[in-house]
Design a protein around this ligand. Structure first.
Ligand SMILES: O=C(O)c1ccccc1NCC(=O)[C@H](O)[C@H](O)COP(=O)(O)O
Length: 269
């Protein structure tokens, strides 16, 4: 069984439990009546800037690839540091079994920052979209490799109905084509192969030409420091998503600022 398949099996089991606690109908009504912080269009605009690459900073305790990264007792305080360093958005890994995250983390971060907030999880069911909306997310991750075509199409549509933007994650040409066919306006290219966990930072450059210019692109995973951000900016990424390198840095605000400085377009050759 691949790592992704194992993670999704756990996600489905946890989901069944939560659906027994709060019914899908009740949660759907809560999601539909929430006050959205920002429109999906505004989220996309926040992730693109002519001056340089934007940064989505992640709250991530554990990595299946690397094990425990950081304890993160106060996710809201960490997110506030990221925002002070200039992050355009915060990503919160809410999956508990393999990443040590929770929806409480998402709520704590929502209370601490007013920039776009991504629920990063393995979304396979509209219930998780409703949870994200109710907990204050503006954006949700959909991983093409984890979804059938009908699931992907349905989840993109349902997210729009809740006023959520979607970051559709890809790793191959075929996945980019499926993301575009599903109507994705923000596409992530993950350097990490979720079956083998191998990281290849060149995957972004190989897929970028396939993505139309009016679609926002996010280079995800494997960023070790400013030099990698600079390389992604040179390859044309609108934004980078960084987890491990930030949660393991003693000065996360400074680390974000240094990465953003490296990704400024005026300094690129
Ligand atoms: O991080 C992992 O080890 C991992 C393993 C299997 C599936 C997903 C995984 N990570 C989720 C992510 O997408 C990353 O947290 C995110 O892109 C940031 O990556 P990094 O900067 O390399 O921590």
């Amino acid at each position: 069984m691949s790592v992704l398949t194992e993670i999704v099996a756990g996600v489905r089991a946890d989901l069944r439990e939560r659906m027994g606690e709060v019914s899908p109908e009740v949660l759907r009504r809560r999601a539909e009546s929430r006050e959205a912080w920002m429109t999906p269009e505004a989220v996309g605009a926040a992730l693109r800037c002519a001056d340089g690459v934007r940064l989505i900073a992640e709250v991530k305790r554990v990595s299946p690839a690397r094990g425990l990264l950081a304890a993160i007792d106060r996710p809201g305080a960490l997110a506030a540091e990221y925002a002070a360093g200039g992050a355009a958005a915060i990503s919160v890994l809410t999956e508990p079994r393999h990443f040590g995250g929770s929806l409480d983390d998402l709520r704590a971060v929502r209370a601490a920052v007013d920039i776009p907030l991504l629920r990063k999880d393995f979304v396979v069911h509209p219930y998780q979209l409703a949870e994200a909306a109710v907990a204050g997310a503006d954006l949700v991750l959909l991983i093409v490799a984890a979804l059938s075509w009908p699931e992907l199409e349905m989840l993109v549509r349902q997210a729009g109905e809740y006023g959520l933007a979607v970051l559709v994650e890809t790793h191959t040409e075929e996945e980019v084509d499926r993301a575009l066919a599903a109507g994705a306006r923000i596409i992530g290219v993950n350097a990490r192969d979720l079956a083998s966990l191998r990281v290849d930072r060149d995957v972004y450059a190989g897929l970028a030409a396939r993505i139309p210019g009016d679609v926002v692109t996010v280079a995800e995973s494997g960023v070790r420091g400013p030099a990698d951000v600079r390389a992604y900016a040179q390859a044309g990424a609108d934004a980078v998503l960084v987890g491990s390198a930030l949660v393991t840095d003693a000065r996360p605000a400074d680390a974000v600022a240094a990465m953003l400085a490296a990704g400024r377009r005026e300094g690129l050759t």
